[in-house]
Design a protein. Structure first.
Length: 441
Protein backbone atom coordinates (compact mmCIF):
# COMPACT_ATOMS: atom_id res chain seq x y z
CA UNK A 1 0.00 0.00 0.00
CA UNK A 2 1.45 3.41 -0.87
CA UNK A 3 2.21 6.28 1.47
CA UNK A 4 -0.84 8.09 0.06
CA UNK A 5 -3.31 5.64 1.53
CA UNK A 6 -6.16 7.45 3.22
CA UNK A 7 -7.97 6.22 6.33
CA UNK A 8 -11.19 4.24 6.36
CA UNK A 9 -14.10 4.59 8.77
CA UNK A 10 -15.61 8.02 8.62
CA UNK A 11 -12.51 9.33 6.85
CA UNK A 12 -13.11 11.01 3.55
CA UNK A 13 -12.95 9.45 0.10
CA UNK A 14 -10.82 9.72 -3.03
CA UNK A 15 -13.40 12.16 -4.35
CA UNK A 16 -13.12 14.48 -1.35
CA UNK A 17 -9.33 14.36 -1.62
CA UNK A 18 -9.08 15.22 -5.33
CA UNK A 19 -11.98 17.70 -5.64
CA UNK A 20 -12.15 21.48 -5.12
CA UNK A 21 -11.99 22.93 -1.61
CA UNK A 22 -15.19 22.39 0.25
CA UNK A 23 -17.11 23.16 3.42
CA UNK A 24 -17.04 26.91 2.85
CA UNK A 25 -20.76 27.55 3.37
CA UNK A 26 -22.08 29.38 6.43
CA UNK A 27 -23.49 27.68 9.51
CA UNK A 28 -27.12 28.63 10.24
CA UNK A 29 -27.31 31.58 12.64
CA UNK A 30 -30.63 32.74 14.09
CA UNK A 31 -34.04 32.28 12.49
CA UNK A 32 -35.23 31.73 8.93
CA UNK A 33 -38.66 31.21 7.30
CA UNK A 34 -38.89 29.13 4.09
CA UNK A 35 -41.36 27.18 1.97
CA UNK A 36 -39.18 24.05 2.03
CA UNK A 37 -36.53 22.94 4.52
CA UNK A 38 -34.28 20.04 3.52
CA UNK A 39 -32.22 18.04 6.02
CA UNK A 40 -29.09 16.62 4.34
CA UNK A 41 -26.94 17.89 1.46
CA UNK A 42 -26.42 14.72 -0.57
CA UNK A 43 -27.80 14.16 -4.07
CA UNK A 44 -31.39 13.81 -2.75
CA UNK A 45 -31.36 17.08 -0.82
CA UNK A 46 -29.39 19.05 -3.42
CA UNK A 47 -31.39 17.91 -6.45
CA UNK A 48 -34.64 18.71 -4.61
CA UNK A 49 -33.26 22.11 -3.60
CA UNK A 50 -32.26 22.93 -7.18
CA UNK A 51 -35.55 21.86 -8.75
CA UNK A 52 -37.69 23.48 -6.00
CA UNK A 53 -35.77 26.77 -6.16
CA UNK A 54 -36.18 26.77 -9.95
CA UNK A 55 -39.94 26.57 -9.36
CA UNK A 56 -39.73 29.75 -7.28
CA UNK A 57 -39.92 28.21 -3.78
CA UNK A 58 -37.77 29.55 -0.94
CA UNK A 59 -35.50 26.69 0.14
CA UNK A 60 -33.03 26.08 3.00
CA UNK A 61 -30.75 23.01 3.07
CA UNK A 62 -29.33 22.12 6.50
CA UNK A 63 -26.30 19.81 6.45
CA UNK A 64 -24.76 18.42 9.65
CA UNK A 65 -21.25 18.19 8.16
CA UNK A 66 -20.38 19.31 4.61
CA UNK A 67 -21.95 18.96 1.18
CA UNK A 68 -21.55 15.33 -0.02
CA UNK A 69 -20.31 14.11 3.36
CA UNK A 70 -22.58 11.02 3.35
CA UNK A 71 -22.95 8.26 0.75
CA UNK A 72 -22.96 10.96 -1.96
CA UNK A 73 -19.26 11.64 -1.44
CA UNK A 74 -18.24 8.03 -0.81
CA UNK A 75 -19.76 6.11 -3.70
CA UNK A 76 -18.09 4.72 -6.81
CA UNK A 77 -19.54 7.21 -9.26
CA UNK A 78 -21.47 4.78 -11.50
CA UNK A 79 -24.54 6.39 -13.06
CA UNK A 80 -26.97 3.49 -13.49
CA UNK A 81 -30.48 4.09 -14.84
CA UNK A 82 -32.08 0.80 -13.76
CA UNK A 83 -33.01 -1.15 -10.65
CA UNK A 84 -30.79 -3.38 -8.55
CA UNK A 85 -32.19 -6.94 -8.70
CA UNK A 86 -35.49 -5.94 -10.36
CA UNK A 87 -36.44 -5.97 -14.04
CA UNK A 88 -39.22 -3.91 -15.66
CA UNK A 89 -41.65 -6.83 -16.17
CA UNK A 90 -41.15 -7.85 -12.57
CA UNK A 91 -41.97 -4.30 -11.39
CA UNK A 92 -45.14 -4.22 -13.46
CA UNK A 93 -46.14 -7.56 -11.92
CA UNK A 94 -45.54 -6.13 -8.44
CA UNK A 95 -47.02 -2.62 -8.78
CA UNK A 96 -49.50 -3.04 -11.65
CA UNK A 97 -49.22 -1.58 -15.15
CA UNK A 98 -49.94 2.07 -14.41
CA UNK A 99 -47.77 2.57 -11.31
CA UNK A 100 -45.16 0.09 -12.51
CA UNK A 101 -44.63 1.76 -15.89
CA UNK A 102 -44.42 5.21 -14.22
CA UNK A 103 -41.67 4.00 -11.92
CA UNK A 104 -39.87 2.33 -14.84
CA UNK A 105 -40.10 5.57 -16.86
CA UNK A 106 -38.72 7.49 -13.87
CA UNK A 107 -35.67 5.20 -13.63
CA UNK A 108 -35.19 4.94 -17.39
CA UNK A 109 -34.68 8.68 -17.81
CA UNK A 110 -32.61 9.14 -14.64
CA UNK A 111 -29.12 8.97 -16.20
CA UNK A 112 -30.16 11.31 -19.01
CA UNK A 113 -31.38 13.71 -16.31
CA UNK A 114 -28.01 13.56 -14.50
CA UNK A 115 -25.95 14.17 -17.64
CA UNK A 116 -28.46 16.81 -18.82
CA UNK A 117 -28.04 18.74 -15.53
CA UNK A 118 -24.26 18.48 -15.84
CA UNK A 119 -24.45 20.00 -19.32
CA UNK A 120 -27.04 22.65 -18.46
CA UNK A 121 -25.21 23.86 -15.35
CA UNK A 122 -21.72 23.31 -16.80
CA UNK A 123 -20.68 21.08 -13.90
CA UNK A 124 -17.08 19.92 -14.21
CA UNK A 125 -17.10 16.43 -12.74
CA UNK A 126 -15.24 14.15 -15.20
CA UNK A 127 -18.62 12.96 -16.47
CA UNK A 128 -18.69 10.37 -19.25
CA UNK A 129 -22.01 9.08 -20.61
CA UNK A 130 -20.59 6.14 -22.49
CA UNK A 131 -22.63 3.32 -20.97
CA UNK A 132 -22.88 1.03 -17.96
CA UNK A 133 -22.00 -2.62 -18.57
CA UNK A 134 -23.24 -5.62 -16.58
CA UNK A 135 -21.19 -8.68 -17.62
CA UNK A 136 -22.47 -12.12 -16.65
CA UNK A 137 -20.57 -14.83 -14.83
CA UNK A 138 -22.81 -17.80 -15.81
CA UNK A 139 -24.98 -18.93 -18.72
CA UNK A 140 -28.10 -18.63 -16.52
CA UNK A 141 -27.19 -15.02 -15.69
CA UNK A 142 -26.71 -14.34 -19.41
CA UNK A 143 -30.22 -15.56 -20.18
CA UNK A 144 -31.50 -13.19 -17.51
CA UNK A 145 -29.58 -10.14 -18.77
CA UNK A 146 -30.63 -10.91 -22.35
CA UNK A 147 -34.23 -10.63 -21.21
CA UNK A 148 -33.32 -7.54 -19.10
CA UNK A 149 -31.87 -5.76 -22.15
CA UNK A 150 -34.90 -6.74 -24.22
CA UNK A 151 -37.34 -5.42 -21.58
CA UNK A 152 -35.59 -2.02 -21.45
CA UNK A 153 -35.15 -1.85 -25.25
CA UNK A 154 -38.89 -2.55 -25.66
CA UNK A 155 -39.44 0.63 -23.63
CA UNK A 156 -37.25 2.66 -25.97
CA UNK A 157 -34.06 2.57 -23.92
CA UNK A 158 -30.57 2.23 -25.50
CA UNK A 159 -30.10 -1.24 -24.00
CA UNK A 160 -28.22 -4.01 -25.85
CA UNK A 161 -27.36 -7.62 -25.00
CA UNK A 162 -23.66 -8.49 -25.33
CA UNK A 163 -21.96 -11.80 -26.09
CA UNK A 164 -18.70 -12.88 -24.49
CA UNK A 165 -16.59 -11.38 -27.31
CA UNK A 166 -18.35 -8.02 -27.16
CA UNK A 167 -17.79 -7.85 -23.39
CA UNK A 168 -14.07 -8.53 -23.85
CA UNK A 169 -13.82 -5.94 -26.64
CA UNK A 170 -15.55 -3.28 -24.53
CA UNK A 171 -13.86 -4.01 -21.21
CA UNK A 172 -10.62 -5.85 -21.94
CA UNK A 173 -11.74 -8.41 -19.33
CA UNK A 174 -11.81 -12.09 -20.34
CA UNK A 175 -13.93 -14.93 -19.02
CA UNK A 176 -17.42 -13.43 -18.92
CA UNK A 177 -20.20 -15.42 -20.61
CA UNK A 178 -22.02 -12.33 -21.95
CA UNK A 179 -23.93 -9.41 -20.47
CA UNK A 180 -25.73 -6.23 -21.43
CA UNK A 181 -25.16 -2.51 -21.59
CA UNK A 182 -27.36 0.54 -21.05
CA UNK A 183 -25.69 3.17 -23.23
CA UNK A 184 -27.27 6.04 -21.28
CA UNK A 185 -25.34 5.11 -18.11
CA UNK A 186 -21.84 6.32 -17.31
CA UNK A 187 -19.43 7.54 -14.66
CA UNK A 188 -18.60 10.80 -12.87
CA UNK A 189 -16.84 12.30 -9.86
CA UNK A 190 -19.72 12.34 -7.33
CA UNK A 191 -18.32 15.07 -5.05
CA UNK A 192 -17.85 17.48 -7.95
CA UNK A 193 -21.33 16.60 -9.26
CA UNK A 194 -22.86 17.27 -5.82
CA UNK A 195 -20.99 20.56 -5.47
CA UNK A 196 -22.12 21.55 -8.95
CA UNK A 197 -25.74 20.82 -7.96
CA UNK A 198 -25.23 22.92 -4.80
CA UNK A 199 -23.82 25.86 -6.79
CA UNK A 200 -26.72 25.64 -9.26
CA UNK A 201 -29.27 25.47 -6.42
CA UNK A 202 -27.75 28.58 -4.83
CA UNK A 203 -27.79 30.42 -8.16
CA UNK A 204 -31.52 29.57 -8.33
CA UNK A 205 -31.99 31.12 -4.86
CA UNK A 206 -31.67 28.18 -2.41
CA UNK A 207 -29.66 28.67 0.79
CA UNK A 208 -27.32 25.91 1.96
CA UNK A 209 -25.92 25.76 5.48
CA UNK A 210 -23.06 23.45 6.43
CA UNK A 211 -22.05 22.25 9.91
CA UNK A 212 -25.71 22.68 10.87
CA UNK A 213 -27.01 19.49 12.45
CA UNK A 214 -30.80 19.37 12.86
CA UNK A 215 -31.52 18.07 16.34
CA UNK A 216 -35.33 18.13 16.31
CA UNK A 217 -38.26 18.75 13.99
CA UNK A 218 -41.42 19.95 15.75
CA UNK A 219 -44.94 20.47 14.44
CA UNK A 220 -46.29 24.04 14.34
CA UNK A 221 -49.89 25.06 13.52
CA UNK A 222 -48.75 26.16 10.03
CA UNK A 223 -45.70 23.99 9.31
CA UNK A 224 -42.59 22.75 11.05
CA UNK A 225 -39.71 24.10 13.18
CA UNK A 226 -36.28 22.58 12.57
CA UNK A 227 -33.86 23.22 15.41
CA UNK A 228 -30.09 23.25 15.22
CA UNK A 229 -27.61 24.35 17.89
CA UNK A 230 -27.19 27.78 16.29
CA UNK A 231 -30.63 28.57 14.88
CA UNK A 232 -34.14 27.52 13.85
CA UNK A 233 -35.80 27.22 10.46
CA UNK A 234 -39.58 27.46 10.14
CA UNK A 235 -40.82 25.71 7.02
CA UNK A 236 -44.12 24.92 5.33
CA UNK A 237 -42.74 21.56 4.15
CA UNK A 238 -39.82 19.37 5.16
CA UNK A 239 -37.78 16.81 3.25
CA UNK A 240 -35.67 14.47 5.37
CA UNK A 241 -32.82 13.50 3.00
CA UNK A 242 -30.47 11.91 5.51
CA UNK A 243 -30.37 8.43 3.92
CA UNK A 244 -28.34 5.99 6.06
CA UNK A 245 -26.67 8.86 7.98
CA UNK A 246 -29.67 10.24 9.89
CA UNK A 247 -30.49 7.56 12.45
CA UNK A 248 -30.14 9.90 15.43
CA UNK A 249 -32.70 12.37 14.04
CA UNK A 250 -35.37 9.83 13.20
CA UNK A 251 -34.94 6.40 14.80
CA UNK A 252 -38.13 5.06 13.14
CA UNK A 253 -36.74 5.78 9.66
CA UNK A 254 -33.61 3.88 10.66
CA UNK A 255 -35.72 0.71 11.00
CA UNK A 256 -37.02 0.89 7.42
CA UNK A 257 -33.78 -0.03 5.61
CA UNK A 258 -30.75 -2.28 6.02
CA UNK A 259 -27.51 -0.28 6.42
CA UNK A 260 -24.76 -1.80 4.33
CA UNK A 261 -21.13 -0.78 4.86
CA UNK A 262 -19.29 -0.86 1.54
CA UNK A 263 -15.52 -0.51 1.07
CA UNK A 264 -13.99 1.27 -1.92
CA UNK A 265 -10.42 1.49 -3.17
CA UNK A 266 -8.65 3.53 -5.83
CA UNK A 267 -5.22 2.50 -7.12
CA UNK A 268 -2.40 4.77 -8.12
CA UNK A 269 -2.88 5.87 -11.77
CA UNK A 270 -2.21 3.12 -14.31
CA UNK A 271 0.67 3.61 -16.76
CA UNK A 272 -0.49 4.41 -20.29
CA UNK A 273 0.15 0.90 -21.73
CA UNK A 274 -1.89 -0.82 -19.00
CA UNK A 275 -4.67 1.80 -19.22
CA UNK A 276 -4.99 1.21 -22.97
CA UNK A 277 -5.74 -2.50 -22.42
CA UNK A 278 -8.82 -1.90 -20.26
CA UNK A 279 -12.15 -0.13 -20.75
CA UNK A 280 -11.04 1.97 -23.75
CA UNK A 281 -14.47 3.67 -23.78
CA UNK A 282 -14.29 4.51 -20.06
CA UNK A 283 -17.58 2.76 -19.15
CA UNK A 284 -18.52 1.56 -15.66
CA UNK A 285 -18.69 -2.21 -15.00
CA UNK A 286 -20.70 -4.06 -12.33
CA UNK A 287 -21.12 -7.80 -12.90
CA UNK A 288 -23.81 -10.33 -11.90
CA UNK A 289 -21.93 -12.10 -9.10
CA UNK A 290 -23.71 -12.18 -5.75
CA UNK A 291 -20.46 -10.80 -4.34
CA UNK A 292 -20.57 -8.03 -6.91
CA UNK A 293 -17.38 -7.15 -8.81
CA UNK A 294 -17.14 -3.54 -10.02
CA UNK A 295 -14.51 -1.45 -11.75
CA UNK A 296 -14.05 1.87 -13.51
CA UNK A 297 -11.35 4.49 -14.12
CA UNK A 298 -11.43 8.01 -12.74
CA UNK A 299 -10.25 11.06 -14.69
CA UNK A 300 -6.61 10.42 -13.65
CA UNK A 301 -6.61 6.73 -14.72
CA UNK A 302 -6.91 5.34 -11.20
CA UNK A 303 -8.79 2.04 -11.09
CA UNK A 304 -11.68 2.03 -8.62
CA UNK A 305 -13.31 -1.07 -7.19
CA UNK A 306 -15.34 -1.99 -4.13
CA UNK A 307 -16.67 -4.76 -1.94
CA UNK A 308 -18.19 -5.79 1.35
CA UNK A 309 -16.72 -7.67 4.25
CA UNK A 310 -18.05 -10.60 6.21
CA UNK A 311 -17.44 -9.79 9.87
CA UNK A 312 -14.43 -9.53 12.08
CA UNK A 313 -11.77 -7.33 13.51
CA UNK A 314 -9.24 -5.58 11.30
CA UNK A 315 -11.62 -5.23 8.32
CA UNK A 316 -10.40 -1.71 7.58
CA UNK A 317 -6.90 -2.99 6.90
CA UNK A 318 -7.81 -6.41 5.47
CA UNK A 319 -10.73 -5.64 3.11
CA UNK A 320 -9.05 -3.01 0.87
CA UNK A 321 -6.18 -5.47 0.28
CA UNK A 322 -8.66 -8.24 -0.57
CA UNK A 323 -10.45 -5.91 -3.03
CA UNK A 324 -7.09 -5.02 -4.63
CA UNK A 325 -6.12 -8.70 -5.02
CA UNK A 326 -9.50 -9.48 -6.56
CA UNK A 327 -9.13 -6.56 -8.98
CA UNK A 328 -5.67 -7.76 -10.06
CA UNK A 329 -7.01 -11.32 -10.52
CA UNK A 330 -10.15 -10.40 -12.49
CA UNK A 331 -8.30 -8.00 -14.75
CA UNK A 332 -5.36 -10.37 -15.08
CA UNK A 333 -2.97 -7.57 -14.07
CA UNK A 334 0.07 -8.89 -12.22
CA UNK A 335 1.48 -5.36 -12.22
CA UNK A 336 -1.61 -3.54 -10.89
CA UNK A 337 -0.41 -0.33 -9.17
CA UNK A 338 -0.87 -0.21 -5.38
CA UNK A 339 -3.82 1.26 -3.49
CA UNK A 340 -3.72 5.05 -3.24
CA UNK A 341 -7.03 5.62 -1.42
CA UNK A 342 -9.42 3.42 0.53
CA UNK A 343 -12.61 4.45 2.28
CA UNK A 344 -16.04 3.23 3.36
CA UNK A 345 -19.62 4.42 3.06
CA UNK A 346 -22.99 3.22 4.27
CA UNK A 347 -25.71 2.45 1.73
CA UNK A 348 -29.40 2.19 2.65
CA UNK A 349 -30.84 -1.01 1.15
CA UNK A 350 -34.61 -1.34 0.88
CA UNK A 351 -36.18 -4.77 1.45
CA UNK A 352 -37.71 -4.76 -2.07
CA UNK A 353 -34.74 -3.00 -3.75
CA UNK A 354 -37.00 -0.16 -4.98
CA UNK A 355 -36.68 3.59 -4.40
CA UNK A 356 -39.42 5.00 -2.17
CA UNK A 357 -40.89 7.99 -0.36
CA UNK A 358 -41.87 7.75 3.29
CA UNK A 359 -44.70 9.92 4.67
CA UNK A 360 -43.59 11.32 8.02
CA UNK A 361 -46.67 13.39 8.76
CA UNK A 362 -48.51 16.27 7.09
CA UNK A 363 -46.07 18.05 4.75
CA UNK A 364 -43.03 16.06 5.83
CA UNK A 365 -41.50 13.31 3.70
CA UNK A 366 -38.31 11.26 3.44
CA UNK A 367 -36.79 9.87 0.23
CA UNK A 368 -34.73 6.72 -0.16
CA UNK A 369 -33.53 5.83 -3.63
CA UNK A 370 -30.26 4.06 -3.08
CA UNK A 371 -29.90 0.30 -3.44
CA UNK A 372 -26.57 1.09 -5.14
CA UNK A 373 -28.30 3.15 -7.84
CA UNK A 374 -28.47 6.40 -5.87
CA UNK A 375 -26.72 8.82 -8.22
CA UNK A 376 -29.29 8.56 -10.97
CA UNK A 377 -32.28 7.64 -8.77
CA UNK A 378 -31.89 10.27 -6.05
CA UNK A 379 -31.25 13.01 -8.63
CA UNK A 380 -34.49 12.02 -10.38
CA UNK A 381 -36.23 11.71 -7.02
CA UNK A 382 -35.26 15.32 -6.26
CA UNK A 383 -37.07 16.49 -9.38
CA UNK A 384 -40.21 14.60 -8.32
CA UNK A 385 -39.95 15.90 -4.75
CA UNK A 386 -39.83 19.47 -6.04
CA UNK A 387 -43.28 18.78 -7.56
CA UNK A 388 -44.44 17.58 -4.13
CA UNK A 389 -42.98 20.70 -2.48
CA UNK A 390 -44.92 22.91 -4.86
CA UNK A 391 -48.25 21.20 -4.27
CA UNK A 392 -48.46 17.79 -5.97
CA UNK A 393 -49.85 14.91 -3.91
CA UNK A 394 -47.10 12.44 -2.91
CA UNK A 395 -49.25 9.59 -4.23
CA UNK A 396 -49.23 11.16 -7.70
CA UNK A 397 -45.42 11.08 -7.93
CA UNK A 398 -43.79 8.23 -9.88
CA UNK A 399 -42.28 6.64 -6.74
CA UNK A 400 -44.19 4.47 -4.27
CA UNK A 401 -44.96 6.32 -1.02
CA UNK A 402 -46.21 5.04 2.34
CA UNK A 403 -45.84 5.67 6.08
CA UNK A 404 -42.71 4.18 7.70
CA UNK A 405 -42.80 0.40 7.76
CA UNK A 406 -40.14 -0.94 10.15
CA UNK A 407 -38.47 -4.16 9.00
CA UNK A 408 -39.41 -7.00 11.39
CA UNK A 409 -36.47 -8.18 13.54
CA UNK A 410 -34.42 -5.26 12.24
CA UNK A 411 -31.77 -5.77 14.95
CA UNK A 412 -30.99 -9.17 13.41
CA UNK A 413 -31.81 -8.49 9.76
CA UNK A 414 -29.36 -5.55 9.60
CA UNK A 415 -26.47 -8.05 9.79
CA UNK A 416 -27.93 -10.38 7.14
CA UNK A 417 -25.97 -9.02 4.13
CA UNK A 418 -22.63 -9.54 5.91
CA UNK A 419 -23.59 -13.00 7.11
CA UNK A 420 -24.94 -13.96 3.66
CA UNK A 421 -21.74 -12.81 2.00
CA UNK A 422 -19.81 -15.95 2.92
CA UNK A 423 -22.57 -18.09 1.32
CA UNK A 424 -22.65 -15.79 -1.72
CA UNK A 425 -18.90 -16.07 -2.25
CA UNK A 426 -19.14 -19.87 -2.03
CA UNK A 427 -22.02 -19.98 -4.55
CA UNK A 428 -20.16 -17.63 -6.93
CA UNK A 429 -17.14 -19.94 -6.75
CA UNK A 430 -19.23 -23.06 -7.35
CA UNK A 431 -20.96 -21.43 -10.34
CA UNK A 432 -17.60 -20.23 -11.64
CA UNK A 433 -16.23 -23.75 -11.37
CA UNK A 434 -19.18 -25.32 -13.20
CA UNK A 435 -18.94 -22.63 -15.89
CA UNK A 436 -15.25 -23.42 -16.44
CA UNK A 437 -16.07 -27.14 -16.59
CA UNK A 438 -18.73 -26.46 -19.26
CA UNK A 439 -16.25 -24.44 -21.31
CA UNK A 440 -13.68 -27.23 -21.11
CA UNK A 441 -16.04 -29.88 -22.54
C1 LIG B 1 -19.66 2.84 -0.83
C2 LIG B 1 -20.88 3.16 -1.66
C3 LIG B 1 -20.82 3.04 -3.04
C4 LIG B 1 -21.92 3.39 -3.83
N1 LIG B 1 -21.79 3.38 -5.17
C5 LIG B 1 -22.79 3.88 -5.93
C6 LIG B 1 -22.61 4.04 -7.33
O1 LIG B 1 -21.53 3.78 -7.88
N2 LIG B 1 -23.65 4.51 -8.05
C7 LIG B 1 -24.84 4.86 -7.47
O2 LIG B 1 -25.75 5.26 -8.19
N3 LIG B 1 -25.02 4.76 -6.14
C8 LIG B 1 -24.02 4.31 -5.35
N4 LIG B 1 -24.17 4.27 -4.01
C9 LIG B 1 -25.42 4.84 -3.42
C10 LIG B 1 -25.43 6.37 -3.41
O3 LIG B 1 -24.19 6.88 -3.00
C11 LIG B 1 -26.52 6.86 -2.46
O4 LIG B 1 -27.74 6.29 -2.85
C12 LIG B 1 -26.73 8.37 -2.52
O5 LIG B 1 -25.51 9.05 -2.39
C13 LIG B 1 -27.69 8.79 -1.42
O6 LIG B 1 -27.75 10.19 -1.42
P1 LIG B 1 -28.60 10.93 -0.33
O7 LIG B 1 -28.56 12.35 -0.64
O8 LIG B 1 -29.95 10.30 -0.23
O9 LIG B 1 -27.87 10.59 1.06
P2 LIG B 1 -26.42 10.96 1.60
O10 LIG B 1 -25.48 11.29 0.53
O11 LIG B 1 -26.02 9.85 2.52
O12 LIG B 1 -26.63 12.29 2.41
C14 LIG B 1 -27.26 12.34 3.66
C15 LIG B 1 -26.75 13.61 4.35
O13 LIG B 1 -27.55 13.89 5.49
C16 LIG B 1 -26.72 14.50 6.44
N5 LIG B 1 -27.37 14.41 7.75
C17 LIG B 1 -27.65 13.30 8.47
N6 LIG B 1 -28.27 13.64 9.64
C18 LIG B 1 -28.40 14.99 9.63
C19 LIG B 1 -28.96 15.92 10.55
N7 LIG B 1 -29.52 15.54 11.70
N8 LIG B 1 -28.92 17.24 10.24
C20 LIG B 1 -28.37 17.66 9.05
N9 LIG B 1 -27.83 16.81 8.15
C21 LIG B 1 -27.84 15.49 8.43
C22 LIG B 1 -25.43 13.70 6.35
O14 LIG B 1 -24.33 14.41 6.91
C23 LIG B 1 -25.30 13.48 4.85
O15 LIG B 1 -24.50 14.47 4.22
C24 LIG B 1 -23.12 3.86 -3.20
C25 LIG B 1 -23.20 3.94 -1.82
C26 LIG B 1 -22.09 3.61 -1.05
C27 LIG B 1 -22.18 3.75 0.45
Amino acid sequence: MSAMTRPNGNGLSLWHAVSRNHCDRLTLQGGLDVDLAIVGAGFSGLSTALHAAEKGLSVAVLEAECIAWGATGRNAGFVVPNFAKRDPDDIVAKLGTERGERLIDFAAGSADLVFGLIKRHRIECDALQNGWIQPTHTTAASEKTKSRAEQWARRGRPAVALDSRAVTELTGIRGYVGGWMDKSGGVLNPVEFARGLADAAERAGARIFERTRVTSIDRLPDGWALKAATGTVRAGKVLVATNAYGDALNPVLALTYVPLTVFQIATEPLPRDLRARLLPGGQGVGDTRRNLFTCRFDGQNRLISGGMHIIGAGAERRVPQAIWRRLARHLDLADLPPIAYSWTGVAAIEPDFLPRLIDLGPDMIAGFGCNGRGIAMTTAMGKALADWASGADAHDLPLPSAPPSPIPLHGVVRYAPNVMLAWSILRDRMEGASHNATKAK
